[in-house]
Design a protein around this ligand. Sequence first.
Ligand SMILES: Cc1cc2nc3c(=O)[nH]c(=O)nc-3n(C[C@H](O)[C@H](O)[C@H](O)COP(=O)(O)OP(=O)(O)OC[C@H]3O[C@@H](n4cnc5c(N)ncnc54)[C@H](O)[C@@H]3O)c2cc1C
Length: 410
Amino acid sequence: METIVLGAGMVGVSTALALQQRGHAVTLVDRKPPGQETSYGNAGIIQREAVQPYAFPRSIATLARIATGLSNDAHYHWGALLRLAPQLLGYWAASAPARYAPIAQAYSRLIAHCLTEHGGWIEAAGAADLVHRQGWMQLYRSAPVFDAAATQARTTAATHGLACQVLDTAALAAAQPVLQMPLAGAVHWQDPWSVRDPGELVARYARLFVQRGGQLATGDAMALRQEGSGWAVPTSAGPVTAQHAIIALGPWAGALTTRLGYRLPLFSKRGYHRHFAGGPMLTMPALDIERGVMLAPMARGLRLTTGAEFALLDAPATPVQLRRAEQSTRELLPLGQPVEATPWLGARPCTADMLPVLGKAPRHAGLWFNFGHAHQGFTLGPVTGRLVAELVSGEAPFVDPAPYLAQRFL
Ligand SMILES: Cc1cc2nc3c(=O)[nH]c(=O)nc-3n(C[C@H](O)[C@H](O)[C@H](O)COP(=O)(O)OP(=O)(O)OC[C@H]3O[C@@H](n4cnc5c(N)ncnc54)[C@H](O)[C@@H]3O)c2cc1C
């Protein structure tokens, strides 16, 4: 069966591989080579521990810290808050404890499969050299915050069968000797994997897809149109037609789904990164949680990534959080030289209820969705890729797709 996948990020490439495995003749269409957008610029962690999606803060104190710029976790453009008000109100409402609990359960059912699904593709793609399997750390500067987080981490680990080790000041200093100031402690999540070049992992998966007979084509997904009982898109290699089309456009999915008449509560949380080369390296990614910055050792140097920026997708860059992150990280360790002249800017593709949107498009035969993976799309790509491929192929799905279907918003 001919199938088009639109978008060659982690989600699209994984979906293409899973469809191909089920006998589909797949054309993967992107305006760029695979893995050059959000799936390039992230922190590269395959987050087995991420069983709870990021909720909208409900405490007045946290909101006040963000509003007054005291927290580096979030930054916002006023104009975007007004434009995105319906989505953000939906996000706030979905984060109320009673609504959040079943959402987190549905989220954790996907996360549970991330290592197995990635593991298979990593082996088949010969990409083990990119992957470290020793977990990542949350760093804490102040004792009360650390104590509360350690208790919470132990509960989460016990509930979900995860491995976590709590390190005190001395144990952390021994584990990460490059840290030049004493910290209160750390939580080391031991199950997750980290990737030293996330874009390259997507590129290796895409190479496997091509080796197995898949077609890569350059084209504009916005030109997708219905043709007969199927779908067509012009590409640089000529028009491609297929019975099925899958939208896996990450933060750009909303542009196409809106054009097709779907009103889905989508928005972006933008994020920045910059590499620093030549300085001392941590042995694994570490989140300086009280300063809102992830320090990820990568092929190009130490990659500093930032938290959420609530801004329109195409608004000019305002790397306020990255500037603060650079300053606070210099307290922890000597940073090397910046690699990029200007920081990388990308956008996490978010939904109001924190769950991805996947499965059949409610009003179009042969059209399928797979987007909205927010903070964990690099982790979840192979999981939702398999799920969507099973649905398209009429197989029994390995995870109940009901919580992620677009119908919930329509
Ligand atoms: C700073 C930061 C840190 C993060 N850290 C992590 C992490 O550690 N772990 C984790 O799991 N997740 C992380 N994420 C989230 C993760 O990166 C995203 O959820 C994931 O990359 C989304 O993948 P995607 O394939 O849906 O989107 P993308 O990777 O953006 O792919 C979408 C593709 O669509 C293509 N496209 C768009 N428009 C068109 C068009 N009109 N025509 C043709 N092609 C088009 C793009 O070129 C792109 O290749 C992070 C995100 C950020 C910003």
